[in-house]
Ligand binder design. Structure first.
Ligand SMILES: Nc1ncnc2c1ncn2[C@@H]1O[C@H](COP(=O)(O)OP(=O)(O)O)[C@@H](O)[C@H]1O
Ligand SMILES: [Mg+2]
Length: 251
């Protein structure tokens, strides 16, 4: 499979405090890759480094083989690196449709392009179509999260990076969210998924990286990590589906 996104982060810091060191992450075309790790491990910092909002990073980022390291954060979005940040930051006073149109207007999308993107979002999250005329503030938390992901899709991403999409959602809504992400992956979108819901994300991901204190502790195929004792004890509540050999590599 062709590598879509490659991030080689030698170091990423807030002021004098180094958060990430030697983190190398790849996402292939149409691949879902999960980034797991405890609170404070550096997951959000990794996404911010890739999206370019964290400028104090010694990182080389490439998209479809092209070096985008020198691009500003908005230029990276235009190139197709789209970050849905944690915390459903939708425009509360705008309607659902207006929220979705903001990124399309920002990139001066042609009408046909805008309509195709909207259709994809509505197909994925039918409740957003039903509520297109309502203010975002009237949506439930789960629907706002769908809107946040939908807005990301309106930027026509080549890589969609989603930070904690399921945080605080009810179980049924969480299932719906993961199903939607799995469908996007199956349709060819590359997704980098940061999640505290380790089990659900390993179930839809092809591969995963486990971050610990700013470094990659483990990486490998999601199916292997689901059955890795180290992952199970720390991130899956100690429950292993089955025990057995693992293809996960350390470090
Ligand atoms: N704006 C910031 N300024 C200083 N330190 C920060 C800032 N944001 C995060 N950190 C620190 O960086 C580390 C990694 O944070 P973060 O990337 O948010 O972790 P995660 O998303 O895995 O929970 C933590 O120790 C956190 O305290
Ligand atoms: Mg975070």
């Amino acid at each position: 499979m062709t590598v879509r996104l490659r991030a080689a982060v030698a170091s990423s810091r807030y002021g004098p405090v180094e958060v990430l060191h030697d983190v190398n992450v790849e996402v292939a075309e149409g691949e879902i890759v999960a980034v797991l790790g405890a609170n404070g491990a550096g997951k959000t910092t990794l996404l911010r480094t890739i999206s370019g909002v964290l400028v104090k990073a010694g990182a080389a980022i490439s998209l479809d083989g092209e070096d985008i390291t020198r691009l500003s954060a908005p230029a990276r979005v235009r190139a197709g690196v789209v970050h849905v940040p944690e915390g459903r930051r939708v425009f509360a006073d705008l309607t659902v449709l207006e929220n979705l149109e903001v990124p399309a207007v920002a990139r001066r999308a042609a009408d046909a392009d805008r309509r195709a993107c909207l259709e994809r979002v509505y197909d994925l999250f039918p409740v957003l179509a039903e509520r297109r005329g309502q203010r975002a503030s009237s949506l439930s938390g789960g629907q706002q999260q769908m809107l946040a992901v939908g807005r990301g899709l309106m930027s026509a991403p080549r890589v969609l990076m989603v930070d904690e999409a399921s945080l605080g959602l009810a179980p049924a809504t969480t299932d719906e969210m993961f199903e939607a992400l799995a469908r996007l992956g199956a349709a060819g979108l590359s997704i980098l998924l940061v999640e505290q819901n380790a089990r659900a994300s390993l179930e839809i991901a092809a591969r995963a990286y486990v971050l610990e204190r700013g470094g990659v502790r483990l990486s490998g195929r999601a199916a292997d990590l689901l059955h890795d004792e180290r992952v199970a004890s720390t991130y899956l509540g100690g429950h292993l589906a089955t025990t057995g050999a693992t293809g996960a590599t350390e470090g």
